[in-house]
Design a protein around this ligand. Sequence first.
Ligand code: EPU
Length: 291
Amino acid sequence: MSFFVLGQGSNIIPHPHVNKFVCQLSLRGVEIVRETTDEVFVKVAAGESWHEFVMSAVCNKWYGLENLALIPGSVGAAPVQNIGAYGVEVASAIQHVEVLSLNSEIQNISVEACEFGYRDSIFKRNRNQIILAVQFRLQKKAKVVVEYPQLKQQLTGLSSVIPTPQQIAAAVIQIRQAKLPDPSRDANVGSLFKNPIVSHKAAALIMSKHKGLVQYPQHNGVKLSAAQLIDRAGWKNKGTNAIECWPTQPLVIVNKSATQATEIIAFADAMKADIYKRYEVELELEPYELF
Ligand code: EPU
C-alpha cells in the first residue's frame, strides 16, 4: 500500500475511501543553523505551521518569506507545490529540503535538485520521500519584491522608503483577508485550478479572439489567468446549494454543504468543460485529489 503524508489538509480533496496509508508528521522545531552579516540559515521542522513560521521570520526582520504570509498549511507542505503568492515562490528562499527516503536514509535535497517550477517540484511528482525539514536562506538586508500591483498599491503612503518584512506581511494579510475566504469559516482549498500555461502560438490565437486577457510570459510559454477566464465565463457567484464560486476570487470555490468529494469534482469538471468550450484552454486541478 502506498502512503500519503498529510500536512494540515488545506490543499487536498479527500474521497471517503482512501486506499493509502495516511500519516501526519508532528515534528516541531526551528533552529538557526548559521548566520553571516547578510544572511541567516534556518532549519524548520516539517510539522511547524507555515504562517506561524513566516510571522516569526518577519518579527526577526528576516526578508524572504513576507509575501507568503497567511498561506494555510505546514512548513513540510510548502516545497511540495512550491507555494507562491504576490510575486514570490518559496523556492527562492530554500537552501535544501531534508527528506527520509524509502531505504531509511536521511538526505538533503539541494534547491536545484528539487526541480521547482510553478506549483511544482520533484516532491509533487515523486511521493516516495517524506519531507522532515526545510532549510531556509533568509536575508538580513532589505530585499523586497513589491511589484505585484495590488501589493504595491497597498504599500503606498508608507513613510519608510523600503518596507520592512512586517509591513509587507501586514499588507499581504490585508489583501488576502479582503479577497479570499477564510478556510476556518468557509471551507475551501485555495485556488481550485492552476493558472494555465499555453504555447506562444496558442496564446496569440486566444488573444486574437478574446481581447484584454492578461498574459504573463514564462520560459515555457504564456501563463493566462484562470480567475479571469472563469470570471469572464460568468461563474462568479454561480454555484449550487452546496458549492459557491467565491465572488471576489472565482478561482476559489467554497464548500457550503457538499459531503462527497465527487460533488466538488463534478463542479470543477463543469467549470473546466465550460472554459475549454469558450477558450480551448485546459484547466488543471491545483489541489491534490486523495483517493
Ligand atoms: N481576476 C479577474 N476576476 C476576478 C479575480 C481576478 O479577472 O474576480 C484577474 C485579476 O484581475 C488578475 C488575475 O485575475 O489579472 C490574477 O488574479 P490574482 O491576482 O488574484 O491571482 P491568481 O493568479 O488568481 C495566484 C495564486 C494564488 C495567490 C495569488 C496572489 C495560483 C493558482 N493562484 O492567483 O494562490 O494567492 O496569485 O499572488 O497560482 C493558491 O494557490 O491557493 C492561491 C490562493
